[in-house]
Design a protein around this ligand. Structure first.
Ligand code: PLP
Length: 420
């Protein structure tokens, strides 16, 4: 007899990016040379100031529980950062340090949502948002954006999605996966809408430092006193400081009741973040900015190289993304259209299952199928758009070396040439 699991266990899907990563690792372990464009973390070492501060923390025995909301010095440094970079004034008691932005978003949703509430997400969205919304008993309401708008929001569509059950909007700019950096007028219009319907806004600003070509990240909490009070700003150390493994994120929120609720949830879940990681975060925030700036410059070069190569593939039009470290490629031109099967899709050196005489005739209907074929036949790991709410696109991360980008692009060109 099987003992049934909860509705939570039954309704939540595994993260598609994590599953793909496991599949890629299996192929690599079996001896295949896979170029991975599926990673969601910088391929740089954590900034030196973080490593040094963590070592010092261990040597000084700073290895016990901290205040559940985070060490006061770290919360002060976060306040300084928010004031310096975003022009946002918070007090340390407005900050809750967590084990990553992912946990911070969950705690915000758990503190805000009642069973049956609706939370508006803009697609493409980060894969965890809908699952977290479902985990807290609420319903994700997805508002699409368009490739031809470079995945910027159409505010009238968001307005049309609001119902009496709508409780919150999740915003993510710079966006994973599209790289869109929402403009100030777009964000202002969304905040006006939030005010009109009295909604919470969860603003995930984790890619805030990774912007290019003069694009400017603006926190919607800066627009007015009202915007400041209804916004939960979410950020963390993972992306800007290449500190994914340290697991430090945080919320900044001017609403004392909401902050207290998020903190109470955290005290019952984790008691707070690792003391050593908190000191690493403090070191990074107070350390020199140059390693971050250098990383951004390198990402910028790779972004240009990847987009230029993708634009040489017939049928793909890939505008330069404005932020983050992903290119979100509209591949609808290759779906539902038979691959002629003439060209060899990959050399035997890179394909996990190279086919004699070239690619088989085949029609791909979804990017799940297409990404699987790209992995197995071309030896390139890309993330299908289904998990981001956009079934006609693929996400490619350029958080890998220029050499691997060039090799991966050669393989992709051969793969797509089989349609010609
Ligand atoms: C949009 C977005 N938000 C949050 C996170 C989670 O960050 P953390 O490592 O701080 O949990 C990620 C990580 O990929 C992300 O892409």
């Amino acid at each position: 007899m099987t003992r049934p699991l909860s509705w939570r266990a039954r309704t939540i899907s595994a993260s598609p990016t994590v599953s793909l990563d496991s599949r890629t690792k299996e192929l690599v372990a079996a001896g295949h040379d896979i170029v991975s464009f599926s990673v969601g973390e910088p391929d740089f070492p954590s900034v030196p100031a973080a490593n040094e501060a963590a070592k010092a923390a261990i040597d000084e025995g700073f290895t016990k529980y901290t205040a559940a909301a985070g060490d006061l010095r770290l919360r002060q440094a976060i306040c300084e950062k928010l004031r310096r970079d975003q022009g946002l004034v918070y007090r340390p008691q407005d900050i809750v340090v967590s084990n990553g932005a992912k946990q911070s978003i969950f705690q915000a949703l758990a503190a805000i949502c009642e069973e049956g509430d609706e939370v508006i997400l803009l697609a493409p969205y980060w894969v965890s948002y809908p699952e977290q919304v479902k985990l807290v008993g609420a319903r994700p309401v997805v508002v699409p954006t368009e490739a031809e708008d470079r995945y910027h929001p159409r505010v009238e569509r968001v307005a049309a999605a609001v119902t009496p059950r709508t409780k919150a909007i999740v915003l993510n700019s710079p966006n994973n996966p599209s790289g869109a950096v929402y403009t100030e007028p777009e964000l202002r219009a969304l905040m006006d809408l939030a005010k009109e319907h009295d909604l919470w806004v969860i603003s995930d600003e984790i890619y805030e430092r990774l912007v290019y070509d003069g694009a400017r990240h603006v926190s919607p909490a800066t627009f007015s006193e009202d915007a400041y009070r209804r916004t939960v700003v979410v950020n963390g150390m993972s992306k800007a400081y290449a500190m994914t493994g340290w697991r430090i994120g945080y919320t900044a929120c001017a609403d004392a009741a909401l902050t207290a609720a998020m903190l109470t949830i955290q005290t019952q879940l984790t008691s707070g973040a690792s003391s050593v990681s908190q000191m690493a975060a403090l070191g990074a925030l107070r350390g020199p900015d140059e390693p971050v700036a250098a990383m951004v410059r390198t990402f910028d070069e790779r972004r240009r190289a990847m987009c230029a190569a993708l634009n040489e593939i017939p049928g793909l039009f890939v505008p330069l993304p404005e932020g983050a470290f992903y290119v979100f490629v509209d591949v609808r031109a290759y779906l539902g259209r038979e691959r002629a099967g003439a060209a060899a899709t990959a050399g035997a050196e890179c394909a996990a299952a190279p086919r004699e005489g070239g690619a088989a005739r085949r029609v791909f209907h979804t990017t799940d199928e297409l990404a699987e074929a790209i992995l197995v036949e071309a030896g390139v790991a890309v993330v299908p758009g289904e998990g981001f709410g956009v079934p006609g696109a693929l996400r490619l991360s350029y958080a890998t070396s220029m050499e691997r980008i060039e090799e991966g692009m050669r393989r992709l060109k051969r793969f797509f040439a089989a349609w010609e």
